[in-house]
Write a protein that binds this ligand. Structure first.
Ligand code: IVH
Length: 700
């Protein structure tokens, strides 16, 4: 291939036409069919070549050039970008004890004794996190966090932000991903809202929403006109090590031209955290931007990498939040919502009140226990609190202002929608409608979820249409009524196109369009399919993890049924998928234990083509797929670290030695498990041999 800088003008024009078509084809494969035709790196190379040729021949930039197409994707308006390293979130601490517990856990994991644990503390900015990729020092692309695995490509918009260096100052690795928080200062936010108001435009609720709304503009010119700032704070992928401590990393960032929050501080031991927390808490109101806490990160990057992640959060960092903002208002009524899973959720209807800059009219009361605990009654004056992004909560009731005659709230013992008994599962606080799929509210919520954006995303079949079709049914030509009873019925709608066409507001054309939209979705990627099922705790991100792990519908189904029947082993396999915890494994087992759910699955599978997910990169290495047991006392690392490391390398760690065990690692004073291994002829290794297998350096 001729390098971009040696092409003649005619060759360049032909090459740009070829690249536009080629990139568009891959975009369609990736975004519309979720089946990438080439690797991310190959795709990036195509785009880079396109950019390079356009940079040399700006007059040749085509109307349909991929470089102009940022924001042209139908789903959200932005192309998706997969993060090379997932963008995770942080666990929260709310009190000194939480922070102390976090430190204890890290120490236990690392087997630390009394040596101090150094931290870097950074104010936690209330903005939106982004990831910036630099190749050979040049800014290439940037994305929002999205679901943590995949964000929106907002490169063109990020280029308009002055605080995003277009080129790193000084030497940098060939590839580096830099993460930080895009935010808007309080004064800029107020000025923007004043301008919005003057122009009759919609107002933003808070600086964070203003920053997000400004960055996610399809027209970069709008973003350019908005005052956005950036603090850089974290590292994604790096092709070469750049620092040994987080503090050094922040210094590198500053050296490259990023703004690092000047209030960040290195703490030589955890004892200094409380003081810093108080100091920043006192400074908070006077800061030019919103913060909602302080992030504490273990300074030593080697320790960070040993600690790794659990679920979606690192074991080496924690966000210590400030107390929530509060306000008082009147409780006007309590409404009961029936969710997708039948949970009856009481929702407080409030006299509108401003809490920390946000107008609140409703608050969750969680469940019957919570109402009883608070003894909250209609007409009460209540203390409301809002912490960061979470739904506002009622924290207390002002008894002295209770109107006379206010009666204790009687929580309904029947579903307000279908009248079925509302019951509590053993050990659960939530009352659930027992109507299951016979409860119209549950069925309706499930159907709405099933066709929603991240699920089947059927054009022309939104919440409103589902509610109508579900509540009223469709009068068929045979004089009968077709009811939407379950998700499979969605795919039977095309058979009733004529009945839809005659409905008010429809017509032949929109009915035909709906048929086409439904048929178009009969091919569906496994992840979307799993998400669409609406299993509790299986959001889009978990659905993707499951799809990548199990690869095909048939395999997933079989493994899940095995998990229900034989329990522990397949369930512990579930536990080995990064990010899937025991609570999620339980939900899955529960879903598959219900024969009606399996029947629905099979009914759907017969109507659909469920596409296999990209198989996870086969974990190579000596421990991949092995069943490992640790016994005795390890000298060089604590048990939790050994277990986490084995799992990271693809092994499954169990407690008991059986014929299925591949390897027993013998620590000091190994007892019965070592004997059992010998009896069964299971391979045993010393701690040093285990370190070799895990690729760790030898230790004295
Ligand atoms: S570090 C794996 N540092 O907080 C660690 N996050 O709750 C990744 N945030 O999504 C995050 N200031 O949007 C980090 N100094 C800071 C931060 C910060 C704000 C946000 C960020 C992240 C969220 C996690």
């Amino acid at each position: 291939m001729t390098p971009a800088d040696r092409l003649t003008e005619a060759e360049a024009a032909a090459e740009l036409a070829r690249l536009a078509a080629e990139i568009a084809r891959h975009d369609r494969l990736y975004h519309e069919q979720d089946t990438p035709g080439i690797s991310d790196a190959e795709y990036d190379a195509l785009r880079r070549r396109n950019d390079a040729i356009e940079a040399r021949f700006p007059a040749l930039v085509r109307a349909d050039s991929p470089s102009r197409r940022v924001g042209a994707q139908p789903a959200s308006g932005f192309a998706k970008l997969r993060h090379r390293v997932p963008m995770l979130s942080l666990d929260n601490a709310f009190a000194p004890e939480d922070f102390a517990e976090f430190c204890r856990r890290a120490r236990r994991f690392l087997n630390l004794k009394d040596e101090p644990l150094a931290f870097v503390a950074e104010p936690k900015i209330d903005g939106l996190s982004i990831s910036l990729t630099y190749e050979n020092g040049e800014f290439q692309r940037g994305a929002t966090r999205g679901d943590g695995l995949e964000g929106e490509d907002v490169t063109a918009n990020l280029r308009t932000i002055a605080a995003v260096p277009k080129r790193l100052a000084g030497a940098a690795p060939a590839l580096i991903e830099i993460r930080g928080e895009v935010f808007m200062s309080k004064t800029d936010f107020l000025a923007l809202n004043a301008a919005q108001q003057a122009a009759g435009q919609k107002l933003f609720a808070n600086p964070r929403n203003a920053a997000a709304g400004s960055l996610r503009q399809l027209d970069p010119a709008i973003t350019a006109a908005r005052p956005l700032s950036l603090f850089a704070y974290a590292m994604g992928e790096a092709s070469a090590p750049v620092a040994a401590t987080h503090w050094e990393w922040l210094e590198r960032l500053a050296g490259w031209g990023f703004t690092v929050n000047p209030l960040s501080r290195r703490l030589s031991g955890e004892a200094e955290a409380a003081g810093f927390q108080a100091e920043i808490g006192a400074a908070r109101a006077g800061l030019p931007y919103d913060i909602d806490g302080v992030v504490y990160k273990i300074d030593d990057l080697a320790l960070q990498s040993r600690l790794g992640f659990v679920g979606r959060a690192p074991r080496w960092a924690i966000a210590w939040k400030f107390p929530a903002e509060q306000a008082t208002t009147l409780l006007l009524d309590i409404a009961i919502q029936v969710g997708r899973t039948g949970a009856l959720t009481p929702v407080a209807q409030l006299q509108p009140v401003n809490v920390g800059g946000v107008l609140v009219t409703r608050a969750t009361l969680h469940n019957a226990d919570e109402i009883a605990r608070l003894d909250v009654r209609i007409g009460d004056t209540v203390l409301l609190q809002r912490a960061g992004d979470v739904i506002p909560q009622i924290v207390a009731v002002d008894r002295s202002r209770r109107p006379e005659g206010a009666a204790p709230y009687a929580f309904p013992d029947h579903c307000p929608v279908c009248g079925s008994l509302a019951a509590r599962a053993p050990g659960e606080v939530v009352l659930r409608c027992t109507g299951g799929l016979t409860c119209p509210a549950q069925t309706e919520e499930r159907l709405i979820h099933f066709v929603s954006r991240g699920a089947f995303d059927i054009e022309g079949l939104g919440e409103k249409t589902i509610r109508e079709f579900h509540a009223e049914g469709l009068a068929t030509t045979e004089g009968e009524t077709f009811h939407l009873r379950g998700p499979a019925d969605i795919f039977r709608l095309p058979a009733h196109e004529a009945a839809i066409a005659v409905r008010e507001g429809w017509g032949a054309l929109s009915a035909a369009n709906l048929t086409r939209a439904i048929r178009a979705r009969q091919r569906i990627p496994l992840a979307r399919f799993i998400y669409a099922l609406g299993i509790r705790r299986i959001g889009e991100a978990n659905a993707k993890l499951l799809a990548r792990h199990y690869a095909s519908f048939a395999n997933w189904r079989a493994q899940m049924l095995a998990a229900v029947q034989i329990g522990s082993e397949a369930r512990s396999d579930l536990g080995n998928i990064l990010g899937i915890g025991p609570a999620i494994a339980e939900e899955l087992a529960e879903f598959f234990a219900e024969p009606r759910n399996v029947a629905t699955l099979d009914e759907l599978a017969a109507l659909l083509q469920i596409e296999d997910a990209e198989a996870p990169a086969a974990a190579a290495g000596a421990l991949a797929g092995k069943v490992v047991v640790f016994t005795g006392t390890l000298q060089t690392m604590a048990r939790p670290e050994a277990k986490a490391l084995a799992e990271k390398l693809g092994a499954r760690v169990t407690e008991t030695v059986s014929r299925k065990t591949d390897l027993v690692v013998l620590g000091a004073d190994a007892g019965s498990k070592a004997r059992r291994a010998a009896e069964l002829g299971v391979r045993t290794v010393t701690e040093q041999e285990w370190r070799d297998l895990a690729g760790l350096p030898a230790q004295a």
